[in-house]
Design a protein around this ligand. Sequence first.
Ligand SMILES: [Zn+2]
Length: 210
Amino acid sequence: MSQPQNPGDSFNPFASPKVEGPTAAIAADPQGYVIEGDLIVGQNKIVLPHICVKCGEQQPADGEIKRRKKDLYYVHPLLYVLAPFQLLIFLIIYMIIRKKCQVEYSLCRECLWKTQVNWIYFAVALAVLFGSVFGMIQFDSPWPLLGFLPGLIAMIVFAGWANGPIQISKYKDRKFYLKGAKAEALEIIAPETAYQSPYTAILAEDGRMG
Ligand SMILES: [Zn+2]
């Protein structure tokens, strides 16, 4: 059975699920969310149940060290085009227009390790980056600089992965669309009182979705 969104709520299989649009469902609960395809949609604070977002494993609700509370930021991807040329201007615009979404979610021990191991890859990429600059100076040759750009890109990618699986995919109509939760988890964390297709609503009334 799926975890009720708030600990106090008890799941009533006979209640008719409200079949409403996602906006109405989110508006009813400021920390609530709906699932759209493989994305989690909500407002600027999204609290997910104590379910590992990668494998769907139930996590203990009390004293859980693997609970993640992340501030995620979103700017339109086109802004990043500016970064390599006008870093300072990019940073100023980024700080002004970025949209913040605080998301709280769980990871099991194994999935947490798989996330944090990316910090090691990040360190390797950083070493490649420094090594390329050092090599250029040491050997007085531009060739070691070939490692600079791959090192930089790898650093950004690994830092992103190490920060956690949940990332902002898009921001539209004052709603955040979060990617990174696996299908196994999405199935379990889908809120049953919120937006559902009429098909799943019928299954729920039958009690078979519980
Ligand atoms: Zn897991």
